[in-house]
Design a protein around this ligand. Structure first.
Ligand code: SF4
Length: 445
């Protein structure tokens, strides 16, 4: 065969434009970036992880804290320095909330708010051929009503499926409802279709993501528990995890269903934010410590080995040393498996920013460090309970040194010597011992 037969193909690949994605923040952003990447691939772009060889750089931003905003600005500047000729498109929550601020950063060509993600590819592709002044495409919060259906792909074992967007709650510290809009969803039928597509790709595990997923159904009149029932019936998906659910929406139905279903994993991520009722009221959370305790006890009664991760904010305005000690004692009494600790961060356009009793950065840091230490102890206690027991692990991949790793249903990270052909498979293991940090389980078959 003549070596010239492949010439058109070679030329085609030579002129193929390249795009890279840089995602910050939550799993929702990751699933949306993955969907954006598929839009670019359908439009003839090649995905690259290298910013320097990209024609278009897409940055999907987060704005959950002041620190997140800063990280986004630094990332934009760094990527522009690395590749000054690339078109830079910025989207996500920071882009939605502070579009002008982002447009003012050198190198930014396109700013697209959360409502415009569905048309980001067309906007960026057009601009790549006709570069002009920086374009901004955002809308008012009240107009954030469309649903950008998304799931992540490319990972052989796990996909993040977006089931819900936005939030109708008004927690006094939170800016997410302004960045994401009202609570909304697409139908259970559409989501089942997406789960089937994920299953057909060979992926075995789905993590349900959203802003306030327990509130699923606002748009369609359906309910979260109905969604779980229908997803449970999808062939090919062997595991589901519920990413994070508000305590007041973690219903008895959801707990009991998770306990019964072999597909829904015994893994809960529940935001507490404070173990002091006075602070919970100031935060405008929709529960108190007594209701929270009832939920945890219910989970424990039905699923004794469940992993329970809890979010906590330290240093909220008005949180005294005594209030913090109440939170500490409350968490210690609950004995969760892990704590996600966040120092309170002031956000513009929230009510909390105007509250009295600001906590000094040193105090916030000290409180965060104490809860961090408590979390390490709680996690070790949790992991130690399973030494000597059998478990099922989904093999995710290999890391250096011929070791493969994965997670059990109740989210123990396990490592064992590599065996060929097991990636993406569920295997039975014995938990032998835990590492010095108390975080990783050494396992054998
Ligand atoms: S529930 Fe509260 S903290 Fe969570 S996104 Fe809604 S307003 Fe923000």
């Amino acid at each position: 065969m003549s070596p010239f037969c492949n010439l058109p193909k070679i030329l085609y690949f030579c002129v193929m434009k390249k795009v890279s994605f840089h995602t910050l923040g939550c799993k929702l952003n990751f699933s949306e970036s993955s969907t954006l990447a598929r839009h670019f691939a359908d439009g003839g772009y090649e995905r690259t992880s290298s910013a320097t060889e990209s024609d278009i750089i897409v940055i999907n931003t987060c704005s959950v804290t002041d620190h997140a905003d800063k990280k986004c600005r630094n990332l934009i500047r760094r990527l522009h320095r690395l590749n000054p000729s690339a078109l830079i498109a910025v989207t996500g929550c920071y882009a939605q909330l502070k579009s002008e601020e982002i447009a003012g950063i050198e190198g930014v060509d396109l700013v697209v708010g959360n409502n415009g993600k569905g048309s980001l590819f067309e906007l960026a592709d057009r601009l790549a051929s006709h570069r002009g002044a920086t374009e901004i495409h955002t809308c008012a919060t009240s107009e954030l009503t469309s649903f950008f259906a998304s799931f992540s792909s490319g990972d052989r074992t796990r996909s993040f499926l977006k089931v819900q967007d936005g939030c109708d709650y008004r927690c006094s510290y939170c800016t997410i409802p302004l960045a994401r809009g009202i609570s909304r969803n697409i139908s259970i039928e559409s989501l089942v279709g997406e789960a089937e597509t994920i299953a057909a790709s060979g992926c075995r595990e789905i993590v349900l993501t959203g802003v306030n997923i327990g509130d699923f159904g606002r748009t369609t009149g359906e309910s979260f528990i109905d969604l779980l029932h229908c997803l449970d019936a999808v062939d090919g998906i062997e595991r589901y995890r519920i990413s994070s659910i508000e305590p007041n929406l973690l219903s008895d139905d959801v707990i009991e269903f998770t306990a019964r279903s072999p597909k829904f994993m015994p893994h809960f991520h529940i935001p507490l934010q404070s173990g002091c009722d006075k602070i919970l009221a100031l935060m405008r959370r929709r529960y108190n410590t007594s209701m929270f305790r009832t939920k945890i006890e219910k989970v424990r009664r039905h699923i004794p080995d469940a992993f329970i991760g809890i979010d906590v904010i330290v240093g909220f305005p008005g949180e005294t040393d005594d209030d913090f000690e109440q939170t500490y004692a409350f968490l210690e009494s609950l004995q969760p498996s892990f704590l996600h600790v966040f120092p309170y961060s002031e956000r513009a356009d929230t009510d909390a920013i105007h509250m009295d009793g600001k906590v000094s950065p040193e105090n916030k840091e000290r409180r965060a460090a104490r809860l961090g230490e408590l979390s390490r102890r709680l996690h070790r206690n949790f992991v130690e309970r399973f030494v000597g027991q059998r478990a099922v692990m989904l093999v995710e991949g290999i890391r250096k040194g011929g070791i493969m790793f994965g997670y059990t249903g109740n989210y123990l990270r396990c490592e064992m010597p590599y065996e060929k052909g097991l990636t993406g498979k569920l295997i039975e293991i014995t938990i032998k011992e835990i590492d010095d940090d108390g975080t990783i389980v050494k396992a054998t078959r």
